[in-house]
Design a binder for this molecule. Structure first.
Ligand SMILES: [Zn+2]
Length: 377
């Protein structure tokens, strides 16, 4: 049961930008939750809010995630407000290789000399692979962004960040077998939103989940077909069993969180810890279970929408999502969301591809996905 509450130390915007909160564990360790602002063009239709980065002061002061690129000054200002100079940071843990989580990292590591912990595939994700095309929409981007769906006007801003990031050396690659930094830490490898996602359990009391578990929204799953684009850039042997990419890998990670974090009290996610002027208190295992059910239901809804028709991704997504979520690049994201479920349904035999180039599909009449999900519920 959650005994402690989060305390607001610095007020921010109602979406959490600029907010600082403190959580004090039962053992008396402080965790500062910093709402590092994000800049997207989502406008009023959809607001992700800030990236929450977490500072744990101690013998080796630890920062989990470093916010969106080009926000270094904002990150430093928030750290300063809780009495932390960048030079005080001795360890940085990165939850995954996305620009709203590992931005500012090169600057931060250079200024602090901190040790860097990340999934063992993180170094593959930040490197470039000139000459390996394999169907990537952006073969000239680093591993993490070879399938980038953002419009050019957005991702051209990332080029400098990509370059700087590619020089990072990961001193502490996290594997299933590697030791955590100390007895207070437990790492879990949780692919699904990205192949290099990790979660950190701290003092068996809080789960710092990155994007793997979010409050009030669910992260976009990767696609199985991205495995084929990235097969040659991944660590050897990783991903061939649907364990790096796709909704199945994500459901498996959720199940691990549900079963291996039963006694963990509080979810500290990278987004939406605070929104609409209030704090979201969630128990990690409950939230993981909820998201599994959400995807089970979404599979059922997609089959219902297909009915006896042959439909493309956009036609399904039109039926599935509210119009405001399909505005701008939301439209592509919504198609991608449909695709991740269709891939799972295809493996279960519940849909078949009609035109695999155009991704049109038809339902076969079976509901085998229920059996697949039953193992995880
Ligand atoms: Zn994120």
């Amino acid at each position: 049961m959650l005994l402690q509450k989060l305390e607001i130390i610095q007020e921010g915007k109602s979406n959490g930008e600029g907010i600082i909160m403190r959580y004090r564990t039962r053992r008396g360790t402080d965790i500062f939750c910093l709402g590092v602002p994000l800049f997207y063009e989502s406008g009023e239709d959809w607001d992700l809010g800030p990236t929450f980065c977490y500072l744990i002061p101690g013998k080796k002061t630890t920062l989990i995630d470093s916010g969106q690129f080009n926000r270094y000054e904002l990150l430093k200002a928030l750290l300063k407000r809780v009495g932390c100079d960048v030079k005080d940071i001795g360890r940085v843990i990165i939850t995954h290789s996305h620009e709203d989580h590992d931005g500012n990292l090169p600057e931060l590591i250079e200024d602090s000399g901190a040790e860097l912990w990340a999934h063992y595939a993180f170094s593959n994700m930040i490197a470039y692979y000139h000459g390996i095309d394999d169907g990537a929409s952006h073969p000239d981007f680093p591993g993490s962004c070879r399938c980038c769906l953002m419009p050019d006007r957005f991702n051209r801003n990332c080029l400098q960040y990509h370059e700087k990031r590619s020089h990072l050396k990961i001193g502490h690659p996290i594997t299933e077998a590697s030791d955590p930094p100390g007895p207070d830490y437990r790492f879990m490898l949780t692919p699904g939103h990205s192949p290099d996602s990790i979660c950190t359990v701290f003092e068996e009391e809080v789960l710092l989940s990155g994007d793997t578990l979010l409050a009030t929204i669910t992260p976009h799953p990767t696609l199985m077909l991205e495995y084929f684009v990235n097969r040659r850039i991944l660590p050897e042997g990783y991903g061939s069993q649907n364990d790096a990419y796709g909704l199945m890998s994500y459901i498996n990670s959720l199940y691990n969180l549900k079963t291996q974090c039963r006694d963990v009290d509080l979810l500290l996610p990278a987004h939406r810890l605070f929104e609409k002027g209030k704090i979201n208190y969630l128990k990690p295992s409950d939230r993981a279970a909820e998201i599994i059910i959400f995807h089970l239901e979404r599979c059922g809804n997609i089959l219902k929408i297909l009915d006896n028709r042959v439909l493309g991704l956009d036609e399904i997504s039109l039926d599935l999502f509210e119009p405001r979520l399909r505005k701008g690049w939301g439209r592509f994201l919504s198609q991608r969301e449909v695709m991740s479920h269709l891939e799972l349904l295809a493996i279960c035999g519940d849909i078949e591809w009609v035109n695999s180039n155009k991704f049109t599909s038809r339902a076969t009449g079976s509901n085998n996905y229920k059996e697949f999900f039953a193992k995880y519920i």
